[in-house]
Design a protein. Sequence first.
Length: 82
Amino acid sequence: MTKGTGTATVIQVKVKPNARVSQIEEAADGVWLAQLKSQPIDGKANEELIALVAKRFGRPKSAVSIKSGASGRIKRVCIQTA
């Protein structure tokens, strides 16, 4: 699910930690699937997710934040566009 608000875009991401490779791709239903190498310990997976989303959308890491779901597998990620 991708939702734009003018200066920001919010995407819904389903996270799978402990993967062999880090990648993010959009599924047919609009939800993004992120496979992360990091373990979900001490926020390492969240940090990797922010870096991966920033790279995918061509934005700096400072423009990406987790809006909700920081401790769960389904997260809403906000990407600042301006």
